[in-house]
Design a protein around this ligand. Structure first.
Ligand code: FES
Length: 102
């Protein structure tokens, strides 16, 4: 049946670079929580968008920031596509660069 409304996906994939590991991020979940649930050693401290430890660079795809990243990230980082994983929901599948903990 024809529908005028595009159904939203219930989850999106995030490909973590440089490893290429792929995780699923459910709608309503943030990128950091999904990564930690998948066993990824993503660096973090506060989980509320104030420390910047979870910083990552979105290489491809669209995100939905849950706060204004400008309080933590500088102008150059914002222009280069950096985001705070603990305050990032996904709007599409993404590719993201992150320096994981050893
Ligand atoms: S963990 Fe502190 S800003 Fe995300």
């Amino acid at each position: 049946m024809f529908s005028l409304f595009k159904k939203k996906s219930s989850s999106y994939s995030a490909t973590l670079m440089p490893s290429g590991k792929e995780i699923r991020v459910k709608r309503g979940e943030n990128l950091l929580t999904a990564a930690l649930s998948a066993g990824v050693k993503w660096p973090y401290k506060c989980r509320v968008g104030s420390c910047g430890t979870c910083k990552c660079k979105i290489l491809d795809g669209k995100i939905s920031p849950e706060i204004d990243f400008g309080y933590v990230l500088n102008f150059d980082e914002l222009n280069d596509g950096y985001a705070l994983a603990c305050q990032t929901a996904l709007k599409t599948d993404i590719k993201v660069m992150v320096n994981l903990k050893k």
